[in-house]
Design a protein around this ligand. Structure first.
Ligand code: PEP
Length: 252
């Protein structure tokens, strides 16, 4: 039997935060004591403007710092974009690819997301690939078909559990205060686990599958014990140390 993957609680600050926001990261670093460090990994993905400063703030704290997106190419004439190599050079270790807001706002297809995940691996970063259905798709009973197609299209072959994290984020749960039932989360995560096995072989069993969508300290305990939920991807509640560490604390 494969041991459960070590949990990861990841924060996505989205387009939020000026330099003053880094005091929250510093407070998280203080609260991430040696006992908690044995139980759960922590990651914060600030906006690109704060990334190198955040990497500096987090130095020695064991909190990893990641990015929210990358370009698929290593360099070139792509105004406004940032490559995975640049992120690694800035001290980052992870990059979120295929967040639903990027899929919606920037028209990112599964093929684009897959190319970005490959770029992350090329640069030595862990790719956090996001999938999830819309409210209409859930109502129509299409959740597993949609998530399955996103996995097939976005997850590159040959990735190991050290190179990939999967995040299941129902779009209708992001920033709304709504969450699926724990039974519904269990169904989707079990489905993702099986599909990852088909796509990645034995590595699929140890890829971390995060749940994302309105995770807060008040609901984290029940969501994080669902089978095949190996942590959380947190938006709004990652902006303060109190909220974020309240979520991480369920692993104490
Ligand atoms: C997200 O956007 O990844 C997210 C999960 O946001 P929130 O926690 O605010 O729902």
């Amino acid at each position: 039997m494969t041991a459960s993957p070590r949990p990861l609680v990841a924060g996505n600050w989205k387009m939020n935060g000026l330099k003053a926001q880094l005091k929250e990261l510093a407070a998280m670093a203080t609260a991430y004591d040696s006992a908690l460090r044995t139980k759960v990994d922590l990651l914060i993905c600030p906006p690109a403007t704060l990334a190198p400063l955040a990497a500096h703030t987090a130095l020695g704290s064991h909190i990893a710092i990641g990015a929210q997106d990358c370009h698929a190419k290593a360099s070139g004439a792509h105004t406004g974009d940032i490559s995975a190599e640049m992120l690694a050079d800035a001290g980052l270790t992870h990059v979120i690819v295929g967040h639903s807001e990027r899929r919606a706002d920037h028209g990112e297809t599964d093929a684009v997301v897959r190319a970005k995940a490959i770029a992350a691996k090329r640069a030595g970063l862990v790719a956090i690939v996001c999938v999830g259905e819309t409210e209409a798709q859930r109502r129509a009973g299409e959740t597993l078909d949609v998530v399955g197609a996103q996995l097939d299209g976005s997850v590159p072959a040959g990735f190991s559990a050290r190179e990939l994290v999967l995040a299941y984020e129902p779009i209708w749960a992001i920033g709304t205060g709504l969450t699926p039932t724990t039974a519904d989360v269990a169904v989707v995560h079990a489905f993702i686990r099986t599909r990852l096995g088909k796509l990645l072989g034995t590595d699929g069993a140890s890829v971390r599958i995060l749940y994302g969508g309105s995770v807060k300290a008040s609901n984290a305990a029940e969501l994080m014990v669902v089978p095949d939920v190996n942590g959380a991807l947190v938006g709004g509640a990652s902006l303060t140390a109190a909220d974020f560490m309240g979520i991480a604390a369920v692993y104490r």
